[in-house]
Design a protein around this ligand. Structure first.
Ligand code: ISE
Length: 329
């Protein structure tokens, strides 16, 4: 039984604790830490009486903790991930691995010194059955060589006045990862286009359209719209030389009534990606190593930084990633 310690018991940490306790085999939540001890105690209670740690570093080195899940605020990820590497413990860090390229580089260096891959990054869409099927069809040659990936990523509402950069680093970063994963190649050029901003975002440059060119010349276009009001909606269509594959939003159940034909949309990503989160956690607990690596986390943050520059300068940006370190080849 793997004894997992969770740092950060907000929305995502609490959800991971619930999944680990109820829907993942071979793991228990053995310890939790949060800046808010009441919130931590509540999650501990629902996780079968996990220990509450007042200090996150004590949780990381504790002999009764085998692996650590980091779901604290983005700017704290680096310090906790580094402490896990030092302690030699596997760590699943929520995305982004770290908010800056420099912090991600320091994590890569630490993992290189440790000489083993201890870090996984929570890009859960890689485990979504819909995305997995899209990738399988592409690999089977069902649509021929891929040319274009169209993506739509909408949230009902974001914090009013959220900086434009956060729309990229917090939301569109999922499509940056999915584009690399699906095409199995790097993004080499990006540009970002923002129409007139919605009046519902308190000044956030929202929506935005990201254009991503990959090494072989395919293109992904991403509409990211974090104040779309009507619901959480993620879709994609992959266009190849022989056909297309569409990833539509679940559920498969359609209600037709009063002259309407419709599917219910969730209010946020947790119901939409519940199965993806569960499969991701199971993979991590099993040590199956299909989770995104620290290199994937670095690459996503690297491309996101280029997109932020493209948004701020209004000019396309070349993306030249450093060579893949040996540990991740
Ligand atoms: C959030 O962190 C996610 O992971 C969601 O998938 C994304 O839609 C949302 O915008 C992010 O804030």
């Amino acid at each position: 039984m793997k004894r997992v310690g969770i740092i950060g018991t907000g929305i995502m940490g609490a959800d991971h604790a619930r999944l680990l306790t109820t829907s993942v085999s071979g793991a228990i939540v053995a310890g939790v830490h949060d800046l808010d001890p009441v919130r931590a105690a509540e999650v501990a209670m629902h996780s079968g009486g996990a220990r509450v740690f007042g200090n996150p570093y004590e949780l990381i080195v504790d002999d009764d903790i085998d692996a650590v899940l980091v779901a604290s605020s983005d700017d704290t990820h680096e310090e906790y991930v580094q402490a896990c590497i030092t302690a030699g413990k596997p760590v699943l860090c929520e995305k982004p691995l770290a908010p800056t390229v420099e912090a991600c580089t320091r994590i890569l260096d630490a993992e290189d010194r440790a000489g083993s891959r201890l870090v996984s990054v929570g890009f859960m869409r890689r485990f979504d059955p819909g995305y997995a099927q899209l990738r399988r069809m592409l690999r089977l040659g069902e649509i021929g060589a891929p040319l274009i990936l169209h993506c739509v990523h909408r949230n009902p509402a974001a914090v009013p006045g959220l900086p434009g950069a956060s729309v990229i680093t917090n939301s569109a970063v999922h499509e940056l990862d999915i584009t690399r994963w699906l095409f199995a190649e790097e993004i080499t050029e990006v540009s970002v286009h923002a129409p007139r901003a919605t009046s519902h975002g308190g000044g956030t440059p929202d929506p935005q359209i990201l254009l991503l060119r990959t090494a072989s010349g395919a293109i992904a276009d991403v509409e990211v719209f974090v104040n779309a009001r009507y619901g959480y909606d993620v879709r994609a269509e992959l266009v190849g030389e022989l056909g297309t594959v569409t990833l539509d939003g679940p559920p498969p159940t359609v209600l037709r009534r009063s002259g309407m034909d419709g599917r219910a949309l969730p209010a946020d990503w947790r119901p939409r990606f519940a199965e993806a989160y569960r499969l991701e956690l199971q993979d991590w607990v099993d040590g199956a190593a299909n989770t995104a690596t620290a290199w994937d986390g670095f690459a996503a943050t690297f491309v996101a930084a280029a997109c932020v520059r493209a948004l701020e300068t209004g000019t396309p940006q070349q993306v030249t990633l450093p060579p893949v370190p040996k540990l991740y080849r």
